[in-house]
Every structure is written in structure tokens, then in C-alpha cells.
Design a protein around this ligand. Structure first.
Ligand SMILES: Cc1ncc(COP(=O)(O)O)c(C=O)c1O
Length: 505
């Protein structure tokens, strides 16, 4: 090997051209990295869902007394030193999605095969934007997004693209709605900009993800563009109130142009009445987007698919494999009914992307993003490994765990679930001890109970606000958990309650 890299103690891990000198070093490095991952998994992740330190404590522990980032390292280190530091300073302080009591937002434990796909994807290093920079990456993405399209119920002529997550997918969906549908309604050939974005309306429920508002903001719509409609007692948006709002807005001289529904809301997993909303959208010539970032995966299960119906009626659907498909971050997805809609929105022809005439699949023309890593590979491997049926089993299992949690809450004294019958695998619940009369005190108690559980380490749930009150929220996407783990979390809350109450007195 040339000594071009001899300034480093491990030159083979940088100058790896010659397998005779580098392969063995790379093999040892691969084993060391994988071992560090497994040590994390079995030594740390199995202990507790998350470290009990508060934010300031974590900052001090990680950064040191100054609580501020250290300067960038100027001199090389060995991988042995790096992994030692990883084990000491990183691994013990992770949020551990693999812990069976971890019922976090929508952070599922990633399947080992997905992690493997992530490693291979990085070695292959496809720049999935212009054809030449990632030809096989382009085709595998076409294949996995065709599986997502089929799952949603779309047919020929539809298209899909992988994104960094649901936020990006929702932003892209609203971009398409603006540049394709609003342009059409305005009778314009050009995508609407500036003044043309005034006086138009988009309808979504009070349970919609924050990214819909963010999308409209960054796309240049005035703040009042988003018309927030009340959801029902089960947090679902119905067609009738949207219909009424559209009629009122038309009378006021406004231009309704899109409905954004959610199938599997972040707060409660609620599923809007997409069929009704599709009827309303059709009658009123509105674009229908459905954010099924989380809930779309229910379609993997033949048993539970009916819980997320009518997605095929939407013009665009967000569906995120890094939520309920148990994929490592990041991999989100947007599918659209008409391929041309994406192309019309995002097509551009920079002079440096000169691909051959017979190579038309340039992904940058279908996405807001440019260079994207080979996200498709981990999902492609996982889907082949489990099959749709296997994925469906994992989804069903988590839905069953949620049902079990609801049942246990009903049996326990003074636990309330909202909504009373969750539609998917999110359970919002609260403990209302007899001695707390006042609503604010009950709210403060939920926060304190959540923190007590975090410190106890048996499990982890988040908190949220529903109709102005604080609830504990279990997002059950952990396929490794069992009913015993659910019971352990609820038992821990009961056990911790007296101490929490005493601390609030
Ligand atoms: C319904 C819904 N849509 C969109 C998103 C945003 O997804 P991401 O954070 O992956 O960008 C989330 C995140 O939880 C979500 O629950």
C-alpha cells in the first residue's frame, strides 16, 4: 500500500483500494462496529427505555462542566478509541426503542434486516437523484414504491417517491396540490405564486400533523389558508362539517382547493372518514391528500386493513416506512395517483444533469429533495425477508397490545382512555386519583407520573393534550413487546402513584 495515508494510525480504513492490505482491517472494523451495536442492544437497550437524567444533567454529562460542545478534533484517533468513547459516552444515554416497555411516539425498533440494509446502502452509496449517479438505486426505489402504491390501492399510472419522512412527504403533497390542482382551478398554465395564493382554502382537522400548516407556510400561502375543522369525540374528521365550511367559504368569495385528511393521527391514531371526505372533495373539485404516515401500514394486515379504508380515493397519500414498517430512520414516502402530477411539479433540467435520452428515470424530477441516499434497500430487504404477511403479523400484534392496554385500563381503578375505543395502536389514557378534584391538578399529575415512570425505567410513554387536558400517550409500535410488558407499565404507574401524589402535595 502506498504511504499516502501513513499519517493515520489505521491507514487501511482510509486508503482501502488494495484488498491485500485493507480487507482484513475492514473485516475487523465491521465486526467491532457490529459488536458495539450488539453490546448496546443487550447491555444498554434492555436495561430501561431511556436514561433518567434531566436535560441539563444530560448536557453536563455529555459536554462536561461547560455544558457546551467541545472543539472539533484536530488529530486522528484509532477506531478502538472511538468505540471506547461510543460505549462510554453514547450507548448508555440513548432512547432505546428496543426496550419492551418503550411505547414512544412512533419510534419502532428497527428490524435487524433493515439495519443490515442501511449498512449495505451506505457501502453502495447510490445518489438517487440523477439516473447515472444511482441506476440500481433508482430501480429498487421504483420497485418498493410500487409496493407502497399497491398497498394504498393505487393502480397503473400512479407513482411514489421516498422521502426523509412524513413532514417532507406532506410538504411535497401540498406542493403538488398547489402547482397542479390550484393551477388547474385558476385556469393558469404556470404554477400559482404570490397574489394567486391569496383567498384559497385548505381543510384539515384539529388533529392534523403540524407539517400541513408548515407546508402551507413555506409554500407562500397566507396563514388563514388552513381552515381547521373540529374533529368528533373520537378525534375524526367527518365530511359534513367540511362540506359546510366549503359552502360558507364559497359564499364569502374564497376558493376551496384541498382537503388534508389523516389516517392514523399522531395524537390518538384516529382515522378520518376518508370515504366521506373523498365524496366531498369530488363534488367540490378539491384535491384530497391523506396523511397515512403512520396508519397506512395497517393495510399490510389482511385482518386490520379495513381500519384504514379508502386511501385509493385520495390524490396523494403520505406513508412512512420508518414508523409502522419497523424501518431504521430515515425512510418516508409519498404516493400520488397520477405520476405526471409529481413530474409537473418537480421537473427541472439543470445543465449539469445530462442523462441519455433512453434513461428517463431521474428521481430529482419527482422530489423536492436532490441527492437522496439508497433508502429503498433496507425496505426492499425487509419486505422480502418478512413478506407482506409477516409485516401484517407485526402490525396486528401491536394492535392487539393496544387493545390489551385499553382492556387493562378499564379493569384498573380510575384509569380513563380517550378515545374509549382507539382505532389503531395508540392508546391515550390518564389516571385520575380520587383525591385530585381540580382539572389542572390532574393534568400536573399526569406529567409527574410520566416523569416518575421515566425515572423508574419500567417503560416509557409520552404525554399529550386532548381537548385541553393532559393524557399519557402510548404509541405501541414495538413489535418486541408482550402483554406482560404492557401490564408492567400500567402496574408501575399504579405503584408510582402514591409517591407522585405525595410529591405534588
Ligand atoms: C400523522 C403523521 N404525519 C406526519 C408525521 C411526520 O413524520 P416525520 O417526523 O417522519 O417527518 C408524523 C410523525 O409522527 C405523523 O404522526
Amino acid at each position: 500500500m502506498s504511504d499516502a495515508f501513513s499519517w493515520h494510525p489505521e491507514p487501511e480504513l482510509i486508503g482501502f483500494r488494495d484488498p491485500a492490505t485493507a480487507r482484513e482491517a475492514l473485516e475487523m472494523f465491521g465486526k467491532a462496529i457490529w459488536d458495539a451495536g450488539l453490546d448496546y442492544l443487550y447491555d444498554e437497550a434492555s436495561k430501561r427505555p431511556v436514561v433518567a437524567d434531566s436535560y441539563p444533567e444530560m448536557r453536563r454529562r455529555y459536554f462536561g462542566e461547560t455544558s457546551e460542545p467541545a472543539p472539533a478534533p484536530s488529530d486522528p484517533s484509532t477506531t478502538e478509541d472511538l468505540l471506547r468513547e461510543f460505549r462510554e459516552r453514547i450507548a448508555p444515554y440513548v432512547f432505546n426503542s428496543q426496550h419492551p416497555g418503550a411505547f414512544s411516539y412512533f419510534t419502532a425498533p428497527p428490524l435487524p434486516v433493515s439495519i443490515g440494509g442501511e449498512v449495505l446502502g451506505q457501502w453502495l452509496h447510490q445518489g438517487v437523484d440523477v439516473w447515472a449517479a444511482g441506476p440500481i438505486g433508482a430501480l429498487v426505489e421504483e420497485e418498493v414504491t410500487s409496493w407502497l402504491r399497491k398497498l394504498v390501492g393505487y393502480g397503473d399510472g400512479s407513482w411514489g417517491v421516498l422521502t426523509s419522512g412524513g413532514v417532507m412527504a406532506n410538504v411535497m403533497a401540498m406542493t403538488v396540490a398547489r402547482d397542479v390542482h390550484l393551477a388547474r382551478l385558476l385556469g393558469q398554465n404556470e404554477p400559482p405564486r404570490g397574489r394567486a395564493l391569496e383567498g384559497v382554502r385548505v381543510y384539515a382537522s384539529d388533529q392534523t400533523h403540524f407539517s400541513i400548516r408548515r407546508a402551507l407556510d413555506v409554500l407562500g400561502f397566507p396563514h388563514e389558508t388552513l381552515r381547521v375543522i373540529d374533529s368528533d369525540d373520537a378525534f375524526r374528521l367527518h365530511g359534513a362539517p367540511v362540506d359546510q365550511a366549503i359552502a360558507a367559504d364559497r359564499r364569502a368569495g374564497l376558493l376551496p382547493f384541498a382537503v388534508s385528511a389523516v389516517s392514523g393521527s399522531t395524537n390518538t391514531g384516529s382515522v378520518d372518514l376518508v370515504g366521506e371526505l373523498a365524496d366531498v372533495a369530488e363534488r367540490n373539485d378539491l384535491w384530497l391528500h391523506v396523511d397515512a404516515a403512520y396508519g397506512g401500514a395497517a393495510r399490510l394486515s389482511a385482518r386490520d386493513a379495513h381500519r384504514v379504508p379508502d386511501l385509493e380515493r385520495a390524490d396523494s397519500v403520505t406513508i412512512d416506512p420508518h414508523k409502522w414498517f419497523f424501518q431504521g430512520y430515515d425512510i418516508g414516502g409519498l404516493v400520488v395517483k397520477h405520476r405526471d402530477d409529481l413530474l409537473q411539479t418537480f421537473r427541472s433540467s439543470p445543465e449539469y444533469y445530462r442523462s441519455p435520452k433512453d434513461a428517463p428515470l431521474n428521481w430529482y424530477q419527482y422530489s423536492l429533495e436532490g441527492t437522496r441516499r439508497f433508502r429503498a434497500l433496507k425496505l426492499w430487504l425487509s419486505w422480502k425477508h418478512l413478506g407482506t404477511k409477516g409485516f401484517g403479523r407485526l402490525v396486528e400484534h401491536t394492535n392487539d397490545l393496544a387493545a390489551h392496554m385499553v382492556q387493562r385500563c378499564r379493569e384498573l381503578d380510575r384509569f380513563e382512555v380517550a378515545p374509549a375505543e382507539p382505532e389503531l395502536s395508540v392508546v391515550c389514557f390518564r389516571h385520575v386519583p380520587r383525591e385530585l378534584e381540580d382539572g389542572d391538578a390532574v393534568d400536573a399529575y399526569q406529567d409527574a407520573l410520566q416523569r416518575a415512570l421515566e425515572m423508574d425505567g419500567t417503560g416509557w410513554v409520552s404525554t399529550t393534550r386532548l381537548r385541553g387536558r393532559t393524557y399519557l400517550r402510548a404509541g405501541i409500535v414495538n413489535y418486541l413487546s408482550t402483554t406482560d410488558d404492557v401490564d408492567a407499565v400500567l402496574d408501575a404507574l399504579v405503584r408510582l402513584s402514591p409517591g407522585v401524589l405525595a410529591s405534588l402535595r
